[in-house]
Design a binder for this molecule. Structure first.
Ligand SMILES: C[S@@+](CC[C@H](N)C(=O)[O-])C[C@H]1O[C@@H](n2cnc3c(N)ncnc32)[C@H](O)[C@@H]1O
Length: 258
């Protein structure tokens, strides 16, 4: 009989698959390697371009001002970084932080094309162990990335740590529509059509099965708000976008030191 007390291998989820916890980062890396150069195009196709509007609203909710220093965690191909760079220009800085070099490389030409593109720096690293000192940033944001972490609370706690007191936090993440008929339609679209389109157009069916599965396993807006407050964020608010397909949470790190 297997001795489970001496083999307490922890497991976690990769979509609806159960995988050893220590292997999840490898699965996630493989997933984003496989879609890096198709990521922007598939995002635009599958969301009918709405993701750009969500990102603009989300960065707008941060109220960034020129001169601020911002961290884009799980920044990928850099849509949020580019919006933040424009908001903090001309003297502000944005650091795009991602574990996957391919994703950053795929988005680099779009960032270079910005007049303020030189103000965006790229750092490769794990969001669960952010390689910046405490209280470095005026803003920290994560878009459609936190769901991929093995321990997403660690990622949020790290964002809290690197924010200056009074710094602003933002998380944009997928969720579920609130209206029942729309949710049923969305479920059909995301579980059946999305993997089909992913297979047909990007040769990545499994990658687009992972997406809806990982969304269903992520906490809903109220639970996420409570998790953020528990980490220490204050003034946490959220806004549902497109009937709740995506949700933006914003909050602050304590009060500014006078
Ligand atoms: C769905 S993409 C989001 C990209 C971008 N933020 C956007 O909104 O389009 C998720 C990103 O999270 C990154 N990622 C996954 N796990 C990570 C980790 N542990 N640390 C840092 N980045 C991670 C992936 O490499 C990928 O680029």
């Amino acid at each position: 009989m297997a001795d489970t007390t001496t083999n307490p291998e922890k497991t976690t989820h990769f979509g609806f698959l159960t995988v050893p916890e220590k292997e999840k980062a490898k699965w996630v890396r493989r997933h984003f390697d496989s879609i890096a150069y198709k990521y922007d195009y598939m995002n635009t196709l599958l969301s009918l371009g709405v993701h750009y509007q969500w990102k603009r609203i989300a960065v707008g909710m941060m109220g960034l001002e020129p001169g601020r220093k911002v961290l884009d965690v799980c920044g990928g191909t850099g849509d949020l970084s580019r919006l933040a760079a424009e908001a903090v220009a001309p003297s502000g800085r944005v650091f795009l932080y991602d574990i996957n070099w391919e994703m950053m490389a795929a988005g680099r030409p779009k960032t270079s094309a910005l007049t303020c593109g030189d103000n965006v720096g790229y750092v490769q690293g794990d969001a669960e162990k952010i390689c910046f000192p405490d209280e470095t940033f005026d803003g920290a944001m994560v878009g459609f990335g936190i769901r991929n972490l093995t321990h997403f609370e660690k990622g949020f706690a790290e964002m809290y740590r690197v924010l200056k007191p009074g710094g602003v936090f933002m998380c944009l993440e997928f969720s579920e529509p609130v209206t029942p008929w729309f949710r049923a339609l969305y479920d059909f679209y995301s579980f059946y059509l999305m993997p089909y389109i992913g297979r047909a157009l990007a040769d990545c069916g499994p990658a687009y099965c992972y997406l809806p599965e990982s969304i269903r396993l992520f906490p809903g807006p109220d639970k996420l708000k409570a998790i953020l407050e528990n980490i220490g964020f204050s003034d946490v608010k959220y806004r549902r976008l497109t009937n709740g397909i995506a949700v933006v949470h914003v909050g602050k790190k304590g009060n500014p030191v006078k």
